[in-house]
Design a protein around this ligand. Structure first.
Ligand code: KMH
Ligand code: ZN
Length: 275
């Protein structure tokens, strides 16, 4: 079985210090959280950035500063900026980090409710536009799918040339408005992608570790982090993103699955090696 790629979603756009005081806002805090995840075994950092007061932003210069600062501490880690940003941002605002030519970036494959009254809007034209920019800029998309219908969308846009193979999906499961996080939901999503694609699963809240365990057994990959869940176990806040990664490493060790280094993750995902 392929080695396990662990992604750490260290920050997100919605989670706040009120939920867990270790949620990073400043550049220094982002570096601290990325370093803890990397040292624990994460090979990909899924990155949102904030202004120092916690407001989410897709500002290109803020991304540049955070990426440069993380690079100094985690030289070979794969940095995967979000193009989802936060609910309500415009397409061009969201696309800014792709102007920095990262190796990967997220590509959200459909519209869904996003808790309460929020709607995360990704029309077909938006997805085509984002897919085309990523092809032009040589960026591998992580196809974020919050429901089965979004897999259908990705496959349709692949046929139309807006996404290229090999495809890498991220099943984000358990968002209020998306698919749930039970075993049958996982089996449904996993069985709906082409055989020549790879996937990561990001379980939200209490679904994080059960879904991680299923993906470890199945040969998939795993995302954990404050964006999705702030608890190490029921009622116990994680002290860092690194603690969440450590828990995945422990489960993988118990189940006999080895952890991929960033260079091995690049190989698995078909990214160019770094010099
Ligand atoms: N913040 C969510 C509305 C992504 O990173 O691409 C969208 C999101 C997805 O987090
Ligand atoms: Zn995200």
């Amino acid at each position: 079985m392929e080695k396990l790629i662990i992604t750490s979603a260290i920050c997100g756009a919605e989670v706040l210090k009120e939920h867990n005081p270790a949620v990073p806002y400043t550049i220094e805090e982002c570096v601290r959280e990325a370093r803890s995840a990397y040292n624990a075994g994460a090979s990909i950092i899924h990155l949102h950035v904030r202004w120092d007061d916690g407001t989410p932003t897709q500002d290109k210069e803020r991304f540049r500063l955070v990426i440069e600062a993380i690079r100094k501490e985690c030289p070979d880690v794969i940095i995967q900026p979000s193009t989802g940003g936060a609910v309500g941002m415009t397409d061009d605002e969201r696309l800014q980090p792709t102007e920095l030519y990262p190796e990967m970036a997220t590509l959200d494959c459909g519209t869904c409710n996003f808790g309460g009254d929020d709607v995360f809007v990704n029309t077909e034209n938006t997805i085509k536009y984002f897919g085309d920019r990523m092809i032009e800029r040589g960026i591998k998309p992580e196809l974020e799918v919050f429901d089965k219908s979004m897999i259908e969308m990705a496959l349709r846009l692949y046929k139309k040339g807006h996404i290229v193979k090999p495809m890498h999906f991220d099943f984000v499961m358990g968002v209020n408005g998306g698919i749930g996080g039970d075993i049958r939901d996982f089996v449904f999503m996993r069985g709906s992608i082409p055989n020549d694609s790879t996937y990561t699963v990001a379980g939200v809240g209490r679904y994080e570790f059960p879904l991680a365990t299923l993906a470890i057994i199945d040969g998939g990959h795993v995302r954990v982090g404050f964006e999705d869940n702030v608890y190490l176990s029921k009622g116990v806040l994680a002290k860092s993103n690194g603690e969440l990664v450590e828990k995945v490493v422990c489960i993988a060790n118990e189940l006999g699955r080895q952890i991929a280094t960033p260079s091995e993750a690049r190989q698995i995902l078909g990214l160019k090696p770094i010099k």
